[in-house]
Design a protein around this ligand. Sequence first.
Ligand code: ACO
Length: 429
Amino acid sequence: MSEALTIRDNRTGKVYDIPITDGTIRATDLRQFRTSHTDAGLMTYDPAFMNTASTRSAITFIDGNRGILWYRGYPIEQLAEHATFLEVAYLLIYGELPTATALTQWAWQITHHTWVHENVKQFMNGFHHDAHTMSMLISAVAAISTFYPDAKVSDDAGHRDLQTYRLIGKMPTLAAFAYRHRLGQPYIYPDNDLSYAGNLLSMLFKTTTELKYTPSRALERALDVLFILHADHEQNCSTNAMRSVASSGVDPYSAVAAAAAALYGPLHGGANEAVLRMLRDIGSTSRIPGYIKRVKAGEGRLAGFGHRVYKNYDPRARIVKRMADEVFAETRPSPLLPVALELERIALQDDYFVTRKLYPNVDFYSGLIYEAMGLPVEMFPVLFAIPRTAGWLAQWREMLDDPEQKIARPRQIYTGPEERNFLALAARP
Ligand code: ACO
């Protein structure tokens, strides 16, 4: 065997050749390492999946040391500059950029699946007036699975396409309904004349006095680019949730709800909300050194900094930072931008952050843009979940077609008591 790992098990003296494929060994190959015939075999122990590939995937590539991100081989910088979000969503789902005809059909399908059942308004109205918009979105997307009981059968390509159109189409509508509910404002129905991002802006901001909402071109493009940057990111926490939950064969609405719930956490997609709260908390550049000192003393983390995979500048953060100026030219300069810039400057010179390779991630600057667009922090994770739905669905479809995938079921190292006999209530100490 040329590409192999030769391992001697000192417990038995036996030597094994373990094949290496694509830089990995198969964890199940370790099962043959046994000390007796009752031994179930050696396992790997990898809490938080620090060094375990759970799948083969052709969708997204990240080189964390070099700060590289590709979707289907295309560098994120090129996509952010030249493509639209719907083109990128198609690329993620089908593997190639669409032809002009395919793009027209794809955009038509997404646009014509933006409506939701009228009953959605009723359960949206059941939420408390100050319910978090992300909680409402998670609940709403799980709830719409009740309208599509047929969605569980997913081995037919046309059927999967239908769920894909529906989910990408309806997420902005559900998100906007959640936002308008929080404000106590009437829901705005989708406008089929507008782009994906433009329609979302319309559903968020249209007032009843306007016959037709015309989005600012700069803000519409900025939102579209942010959607491109957030569309997929290989096997992160929420994508892993999507794959793991969907591996049981559940419908994709329920699986997307689970993925969105994973995204909601402050260590993941909730970080953009946490960044803005942090910047507001810091308030002025003079308070940055004190804040950094507290972080280094272990009192919390610098939100929007650090990444499991990037040990270099997150390429998405670079694009967002550049875009911020264009957005602020259209809106008003964010009073928090100087705080963010100075915080980044100081952190990138500080030994604590340098040695740990902690750089700004995509969420460090995105919140400032959303805020400038007039959106409250509760909408930030929601604006992450909308485009990430395309990535989750691409990963879901890839998983369904992968003959090696089964229901996800990790193993454990049992640390509880040995077998013991039941104690009657009166006999318990
Ligand atoms: N601020 C201060 N210290 C940090 C930060 C941070 N933001 N991130 C990591 N560290 C430190 C840890 O304390 C640890 O230090 P130690 O070695 O002295 O114990 C070291 O850096 C390594 O951190 P881990 O938590 O082991 O790294 P992990 O890969 O598990 O975590 C994560 C990655 C969750 C993103 C982390 O960097 C973090 O909490 N960042 C802040 C939240 C955030 O911005 N999340 C968004 C990520 S991007 C996304 O999901 C879209």
